[in-house]
Design a protein around this ligand. Structure first.
Ligand code: GLN
Length: 409
């Protein structure tokens, strides 16, 4: 009952939406870009609008051109010749794809393990489908007082094993991880994979930030580990890859016995994803490699990350340096605010971090996302020390934010 209640409470994205914040507040909250998708991808979208067929329904599996482009991009990465008819499904954003997997596979009270903190959508997506979320902590380093790495956040193998029950159906593995920025190591993924095989579990590999892995760190796909293809669905996103989060084009890749039931669900939920932007996403994937797009984009993100980490280093505020994704967790436990500050109603009933993030948004002029939202109600206090700042913004904007952060000192 509590879980559903929480899912129905106002979501953090609506509360910390730009619509509710002063116009001059720099938005480092919800993870979307303040720059355009690449020009050649936008041109493809414009062209698609001029063609009759691409203004209408696509096949529920997704447009063939996009499925072919996904096959070309992912087959080498998954070490197999993907079947565009059976093993690839285009969805209305990664979110809807994941929701459809839950709809297809969860029976009442089936348990889904997620590492906490977790991307907040998982929880209602599981409970709305009658499933039961089970949380396994991803623990930050104890007594961290300065900068530390997302890799310092660890899972405890015994805790993971102990969380598995006869009702466990699935484990969600989000790498690179939102909000921690952790890129799971091969050893960590092997451990998860071994348990998935031992207990016959499905794995949802949410890898939407797969193009944003820094410092030469290896992005390991759990689907590639021995015996894992059969039980893994890998999630991807055009929004993250091509700076087009509002396009709502994502995809699922997996064996036919996972994709087929999920296709049945997605067909009844949205029927198909929007057609012209699927066409544009196809062009994006077709041309990205030869244009060196992902490599250049990663360099740009590396520079963006640096602007914020330099700033937090200078200020001496502890934070997690992310090895992947575009989020930085900042320790906001020292930020002081008057208890009688005019907080909106939506913030008042929530954790300390909601107040601190609101106060920072108004008084410092930079918005963020309070991290207790990425914890279940019972553990929300663990997340209350952090604000999540997104660096998917141009360097000038991040520098302006860095200037404003001086007020945090
Ligand atoms: N992935 C986005 C973020 O974490 C949010 C997307 C959403 O579903 N609200 O910022």
């Amino acid at each position: 009952r509590l879980e559903t209640g929480r899912a129905l409470a106002e979501d953090v994205w609506s509360i910390f939406n730009v619509a509710n914040l002063p116009a001059d507040c720099i938005n480092l909250g919800q993870g979307y870009m303040n720059f355009l998708p690449p020009e050649w991808v936008r041109t493809a979208a414009e062209e698609a609008l001029k063609v009759v067929a691409t203004n209408h329904y696509s096949h529920p599996k997704g447009r063939l051109r996009l499925r072919e482009a996904i096959k070309k991009a992912y087959s080498p990465q998954l070490n197999r010749d993907l079947d565009v008819e059976k093993e690839i499904l285009v969805t209305s954003g990664a979110n809807e794809g994941q929701y459809s997997v839950f709809t297809a596979f969860l029976d009442k009270d089936d348990e889904v393990i997620m590492f906490e903190p977790f991307f907040d959508q998982y929880l209602p997506s599981v409970t709305f489908n009658d499933g039961k979320p089970v949380y396994v902590p991803l623990r930050p380093p104890a007594n961290a007082t300065g900068k530390f790495s997302s890799d310092d956040w660890k899972i405890n193998p015994e805790e993971l094993r102990a969380a598995i029950t006869p009702r466990t159906k699935m484990i969600i593995v989000n790498t690179p991880h939102n909000p921690v920025g952790k890129v799971f190591t091969r050893a960590e993924l092997e451990l998860i994979a071994d348990l998935a095989k031992e207990f016959n579990l499905l794995v949802m590999a949410d890898e939407v930030y797969d193009r944003l892995v820094f410092d030469g760190k290896e992005h390991v796909r759990i689907a590639n580990l021995p015996g894992m293809w059969e039980r893994t669905v890998t999630v991807g996103s055009a929004g993250k890859g091509f700076a087009a989060t509002g396009w709502r084009v994502g995809w699922l890749i997996g064996p036919e016995h996972i994709i087929r039931p999920t296709l049945a669900a997605t067909t009844r939920i949205v029927f198909c994803s929007n057609s012209p932007l699927q066409e544009a996403a196809a062009v994006g994937l077709e041309e990205a490699e030869e244009r060196g797009f992902f490599k250049k984009q990663l360099e740009e993100y590396t520079e963006r990350r640096q602007v914020l980490t330099d700033c937090f280093d200078d200020l001496g505020i502890p934070y997690t340096n992310p090895e992947g994704s575009y989020f930085i967790l900042l320790d906001i436990s020292k930020v002081k605010f008057p208890e009688d500050y005019p907080f909106p109603e939506s913030v008042l009933g929530r954790g300390r971090d909601f107040k601190a993030c609101w106060f920072i948004a108004i008084e410092v002029g930079v918005s963020s996302i309070p991290v207790s939202e990425f914890y279940c109600i019972e553990h929300a206090n663990i997340g209350e020390v952090y604000g999540r700042f997104a660096f998917c913004k141009d360097v000038d904007t991040l520098k302006r934010a860095a200037e404003r952060f001086k007020k945090l000192k």
